[in-house]
Design a protein around this ligand. Structure first.
Ligand SMILES: Nc1ncnc2c1ncn2[C@@H]1O[C@H](COP(=O)(O)OP(=O)(O)OP(=O)(O)OP(=O)(O)OC[C@H]2O[C@@H](n3cnc4c(N)ncnc43)[C@H](O)[C@@H]2O)[C@@H](O)[C@H]1O
Length: 141
């Protein structure tokens, strides 16, 4: 059996006027679907290193600009017949006005509240991650 495709990503949120908003990016290819910044784990990398690298490449956000939490979720789904595992971490942008800088891989981004992020994301497992993240954030106050 083929080894699963591996990817890492970061679900980044910011607090804007007391509202928690999640960052989703829209791909410039394929179905133009929306996900948090994420991408394939390169040879020699672990999931977390890939998540941080991809977040910088795809959103222009560096680790020093956000606070990572002890929150980690793994999604498992199939892409064109091949198993894929994506591990997401949760992070808060320290300065909510930090600009997002997209690469060619994405054509748009949005900061969305929980219900909007769930409707943009479409996938049930990603919606569960968003809801779990929201509970985690509310629980921390
Ligand atoms: N259709 C395409 N046309 C041209 N170039 C393409 C392409 N797809 C990928 N590429 C190339 O691949 C590169 C991406 O590399 P990376 O940026 O390194 O990797 P990725 O985010 O993991 O890729 P992808 O967008 O494919 O992943 P996702 O799992 O969201 O999405 C993969 C599939 O899984 C679906 N999916 C996403 N999340 C899901 C979930 N939670 N559950 C079920 N399905 C999900 C998506 O709808 C999508 O169909 C791009 O630079 C581009 O060049």
């Amino acid at each position: 059996m083929a080894t699963p495709l591996k990817a890492g990503g970061i679900l980044i949120f910011r607090r804007m006027k007391n509202e928690v908003q999640y960052l989703l990016l829209q791909t410039s290819y394929g179905e133009h679907h929306w996900t948090p910044p994420k991408g394939h784990v390169d040879p020699g990398e672990d999931f977390r290193t890939a998540a941080l690298r991809e977040t910088e490449e795809e959103a222009g956000l560096r680790e020093s600009q956000f606070r990572l939490f002890d929150f980690e979720k793994c999604l498992k789904y199939s892409v064109r017949g091949r198993a894929k595992e994506v591990v997401y971490w949760l992070a808060e942008l320290k300065d909510p006005n930090t600009p997002v800088k997209l690469s060619d891989e994405h054509q748009d981004f949005k900061w969305l509240c929980l219900s909007e992020a769930c409707s943009y994301s479409r996938f049930n497992d990603m919606q569960e991650v968003l809801k779990d993240a929201d509970e985690y954030i509310q629980g921390r106050g």
